[in-house]
Design a protein around this ligand. Structure first.
Ligand code: ADP
Length: 487
């Protein structure tokens, strides 16, 4: 079936001849690819170091992406998941709960849970909560994508675990950044708001403690560096008295070597009886290795998300000469389609702001998202877009992974996704336009090709996904509408 795609060689040739003018050399080596981006005036950006700098600036920081997700999310993620449970002792019965009542929580805590609008446990909570609350305590490694209820689960476990008669720290949670620790603490505060005897302290920079003054708070949530200081330098927490240890966002944690080492040092001082709980949104090899160090003899719960595919997406490419050309075509396309909401990806911040300014001039309601904004500003822009306050979101790559807006029906690659070497970035392409099969509604992906090199990228994407990307005939409006509207 894929062979077919090479029957459109004529298109490519056309693309090649149209864009010959862009090609500075005939050789398409890596070193020659710094020209792939044009600046706002259509001039080619030849300064590779400048180019690289922009790339760096737009790199997705995993801690930021995670925080962004937390800030914009106000409900569990939808989508199909499959739960896998691997019990340390396969002979022990596997408990699963369908209601929070079954957990026999303290009444005040249950009121807090319902007060947050949680009617029933999420899929991961169904399995994880009984394990986390079991007696004798059990260790747990849990992996599921962000937004599936992990934070709420371990927050509940920590609140339920502590003995309020004891005025010392018993439950400790570490997270990779100041902001993430704050977010977790806020969930606990909200959930435990009817439990006045449970006290919480934030082990984060700026929070001063007096040397040797024992903390009275039963729960501490913080970052590894400060927690380490509180345990060793200031001795306000006695690690031997910690009976529940939670390591959250393990995948983000190991992205920083220092955090990983600090976490291991904290962990080393805990007793063998301390219950260890380990959470991660992803589970690549390095996370497993880290988990093995932190959590011996663990039960393992994994929530597999149905994979994203391009099956329900109609993909096209359009040929353009200049950025103005792209802009005109974009406006024409908009006129020819019924678009609920669209996301447009640009390669550089400059291009994104040029495009959003021009779209705004044309009367579109546009939101612009790019790397120079703070995380909180970005979250608020995504939130507005999610709520439909703006219909078009223009963005650089920086936030694409944080965005999960279901009503987006059109994704436009104003600039094609390429990696640092200038090759097609297939993973990013899938992230931008992919949908999970069963829940995926039909969508469109329009790729703007402005050079022979761009055509090469399209070819690589086609090859990778084994799916032809036809050319959209933008010269012929009638034909274009036919192409867009046929199923
Ligand atoms: P994760 O830590 O996996 O990213 P969270 O615990 O932050 O997920 O939960 C994601 C969102 O879902 C939050 O807005 C949270 O308040 C909400 N949530 C969590 N558990 C439930 C539940 N059982 N019922 C309804 N909403 C929930």
């Amino acid at each position: 079936m894929f062979k077919e795609s090479w029957a459109f060689e004529a298109d490519i040739q056309e693309a090649n001849s149209v864009h010959e003018q862009f090609e500075p050399t005939k050789k398409m080596g890596v070193a020659n690819r710094s020209w792939i981006s044009t600046d706002v005036n259509g001039n080619l950006e030849k300064d590779e170091s400048k180019q690289r700098e922009k790339w760096e600036g737009d790199k997705v920081d995993p801690a930021e992406a995670s925080l962004l997700n937390k800030l914009i999310r106000c409900a569990l993620v939808s989508g199909r998941h499959e739960v896998e449970v691997l019990q340390r002792d396969p002979m022990s019965p596997l408990f699963s709960v369908k209601t929070f009542e079954e957990l026999r929580l303290k009444q005040d805590l249950l009121i807090g849970v319902y007060g947050m609008g949680f009617n029933r446990p999420s899929m991961i909570q169904e399995k994880a909560l009984p394990m986390m609350l079991a007696q004798p305590p059990q260790n747990l490694i849990a992996q599921s994508q962000s937004g599936t209820g992990k934070t709420a689960a371990f927050s509940l476990a920590m609140l339920s675990h502590v003995n309020t008669a004891h005025k010392w720290t018993q439950a400790l949670c570490i997270a990779p950044t100041y902001e993430l620790a704050l977010q977790i603490g806020q969930v606990m505060e909200q959930m435990g708001k009817h439990c006045p005897d449970i006290k919480l302290a934030y082990g984060i920079r700026g929070n001063k403690v007096e040397r040797n003054s024992h903390l009275q708070e039963q729960i501490v949530v913080g970052t590894p560096g400060t927690i380490l200081d509180w345990c060793y330098k200031f001795k306000v927490i006695d690690p031997k008295k910690i009976t529940m240890f939670v390591l959250d966002e393990a995948d983000v944690m190991i992205a920083t070597q220092g955090h990983r080492d600090q976490s291991v040092r904290i962990h080393r001082q805990l007793t063998k009886d301390c219950q260890m709980l380990f959470f991660s949104a992803t589970f690549e090899e390095a996370v497993w290795r880290f988990a093995e160090v932190i959590v011996p003899e663990a039960n393992i719960i994994r929530l597999r998300r149905e994979e994203e595919t391009l099956d329900t997406i109609k993909q096209f490419y359009v040929l353009c000469r200049t950025k103005e050309d792209k802009f005109t075509i974009l406006c024409d396309l908009y006129g020819s389609m019924t678009v609920a909401q669209a996301i447009i990806f640009c390669h550089t911040r400059k291009m994104a702001s040029w495009l959003s300014a021009n779209l705004t001039k044309e009367g579109h309601s546009v939101a612009l998202l790019s790397g120079e904004l703070t995380v909180v500003q970005r979250a608020s822009i995504i939130e507005r877009f999610r709520d439909g306050k703006e219909k078009v979101l223009v963005t650089t790559n920086v936030c694409s992974r944080g965005i999960d807006v279901e009503q987006v029906s059109v994704v436009v690659n104003f600039d094609l996704p390429v990696d640092m070497e200038g090759n097609a970035d297939n993973e990013t392409y899938l992230h931008r336009i992919g949908r999970t099969g069963r829940f995926g509604r039909r969508g469109f992906a329009i790729n703007m090709v402005d050079s022979k090199y761009g055509m090469d990228v399209i070819r690589q994407i086609e090859m990778h996904f084994g799916k032809r990307i036809p050319k959209l005939d933008t010269q012929n409006v009638e034909e274009m509408e036919k192409q867009l509207n046929c199923c």
